[in-house]
Design a protein. Structure first.
Length: 173
């Protein structure tokens, strides 16, 4: 795989994930809003720089999106008591349940549906999706650890699936 193909793969995966996290009745909102809300609900009290590291968006985009989401009543911000120069971001009440409902949608099902469009054999698509999601999960943990500068310690990462598990009581496969 070449770097250009890796880039295009990332765009395809983002599109699939975005479709998987939306409902048909949802208004169109920038992708950064959806991702920031998911991360903030999972890990309330992160700083803007921590959100930047987790999402991969530029700090200026993260700051602007947080400000818009605060204006719209989805997020709260407050100064870090340990360092008043830093801004910490938390979700408003009610957002946790809504996000948990979306996060419990299984990536394997989203990917299997996309693969089934190419191969009508649903069992084959489901098997392939399971293998690919397992590899993607490992890659997610490695690259997130790198972005957060925590090495390969998986315990240092807050997985984005933990909230759905907590709310629904269903463990991740």
């Amino acid at each position: 795989m070449k770097a250009g193909e890796l880039y295009l793969l990332g765009k395809h995966l983002m599109e699939l994930a975005s479709r998987g996290m939306r409902d048909d009745a949802d208004p169109e909102v920038p992708e950064i809003y959806l991702l920031l809300i998911s991360v903030v609900v999972e890990a309330p009290g992160l700083s803007i720089s921590e959100l930047t590291a987790r999402t991969g968006f530029a700090q200026s985009h993260v700051s602007a999106a947080v400000a818009k989401l605060r204006e719209r009543g989805a997020l709260r911000t407050h100064p870090d008591p340990a360092d008043r120069r830093r801004t910490l971001v938390s979700p408003v009440d009610g957002l946790v349940t809504a996000v948990a409902r979306r996060q419990q949608r299984d990536a394997e099902q989203v990917l299997a549906a996309a693969l089934a469009e190419l191969d009508p054999d649903e069992d084959s698509a489901a098997d392939r999706a399971a293998r690919l999601v397992e590899a993607a999960d490992e890659l997610y943990h490695l690259l997130t650890a790198r972005a957060l500068k925590v090495g390969g310690d998986p315990a240092a990462l807050m997985p984005l699936h933990s909230l759905a598990e907590e709310v629904t009581g269903k463990p991740k496969k």
